[in-house]
Design a protein around this ligand. Structure first.
Ligand code: FNR
Length: 350
């Protein structure tokens, strides 16, 4: 049997290890945030509108399928299924990193399936910060993308035995953001972001940031399982949870950046809390992949149907007819987050 290309093999291992380490519980600090219900909501469930403007696209729900995969046969199957569900729910769907396509153009169909299965939908291309403007354009063309994600994944690369050891990304990001002609999202991959990093991105023209915080898929754990030299699982200690990253984003003027949240979204209430904490939409990777790996496509669709029904129930519980209104729900933080906010100069009282 011919040996599989190393980069493609890595993608297969990521899928397998994400499932091996999958945990139904979220570690993203959502349990340390309480929203208080509205005893007098003065609304009918029929009034609830979960639609949101996602980078110009009228998305039916404030959720999107975040970057996962591409390159392998398995990837093609998962990308096809994600695109099919995204089409049915009218939500955006992202590709996994397209770096492998630049090396091995034969992998194109494993990405193109996203567009094939969802011809009129909102499809997002994905590359690493190490690629240049020309490559960014190729990635967008590959799936006729409506937007581009550029992932920044320092801790993951450091934990990867074959990972990058040079991290000069800002120049590429600046050139791409200012010239590519589609909206660009800069995203982490599950380690979160400080307001300092967000500001550096905004200063070079970035308008959309997915803070992708810690609490779900953990690449320190996944890459350490692949690394026969070091166990670098402890790198996750330096991560910011999704809630901490959203609190960080509150330091930045709302008008200067559009914040997307992901990382450890396991339940409808995690989505609602993320919206309350400033996200305009919420990304899901691990949860969707887990369902597709463990159950059938039909069962996964049913799971997300229930997920969306619960979102509506929660909106009513908090007296919110739409996404703007959920941002006004009264909120209470546990001591650990109060201490975090104090030390990081975060003031949510206004
Ligand atoms: C990812 N993620 C990811 N992100 C990215 O920008 N490019 C990529 O190629 C990948 N690849 C990838 C593979 C697998 C198997 C998983 C599960 C995830 C990261 C993903 O988009 C997200 O940022 C994190 O997974 C955190 O969200 P969840 O998984 O906790 O919902």
């Amino acid at each position: 049997m011919p040996k599989q290309d190393e980069q493609i093999q890595r993608k297969v291992e990521h899928l397998f290890l994400a499932e091996k380490f999958y945990d139904d519980n979220s570690m993203a600090d959502f349990d340390s945030v309480r929203l208080l219900h509205n005893a007098l909501p003065e609304l009918s469930m029929e009034d609830i509108d979960l639609s949101t403007n996602f980078l110009g696209f009228n998305s039916s729900l404030p959720i999107y399928f975040n970057a996962i995969t591409g390159g392998s046969k398995q990837s093609e199957r998962f990308n096809g299924e994600l695109a099919e569900i995204a089409k049915e729910f009218n939500i955006p769907v992202s590709s996994g990193s397209m770096g492998v396509y630049f090396r091995i153009p034969d992998t194109a169909p494993t990405f193109r399936i996203l567009r094939k299965k969802n011809p009129a939908g909102f499809v997002i291309a994905n590359i690493s910060g190490k690629y240049n403007l020309e490559q960014a354009k190729q990635a967008v063309d590959l799936v006729d993308a409506n937007a581009l994600q550029i992932h920044i994944n320092t801790l993951q690369e450091l934990a990867m035995p074959e990972g990058d050891r040079e991290f000069y990304w800002l120049d590429n990001i600046s050139k791409i953001v200012n010239n590519i002609g589609v909206p660009v999202i800069i995203k982490e991959v599950g380690f979160g972001m400080t307001s300092n990093d967000m500001e550096r991105l905004i200063n070079i023209g970035v308008k959309n940031i997915d803070i992708s915080g810690f609490g779900g898929t953990n690449f320190a754990e996944i890459e350490s399982a692949r690394n026969h030299e070091f166990d670098l699982t402890y790198l996750d200690n330096f991560a910011l949870s999704t809630v901490e990253s959203l609190l960080e984003s509150s330091k930045i003027a709302e008008s200067s950046v559009n914040i997307l949240a992901s990382g450890g979204i396991k339940a409808p209430l995690d989505v609602i809390k993320s919206l309350r904490l400033g996200a305009s939409a919420v990304g899901i990777s691990g949860l969707a992949l887990h369902h597709l790996q463990k159950y059938s496509l039909e069962e996964t669709k049913l799971f997300f149907e229930h997920f969306c029904q619960e979102l509506e129930i929660l909106m009513a519980a908090f007296g919110a007819k739409n996404i703007l209104e959920i941002k006004k729900a009264p909120i209470v933080f546990d001591e650990s987050l109060v201490s975090y906010m104090k030390q990081r100069n975060i003031d949510l009282s206004s």
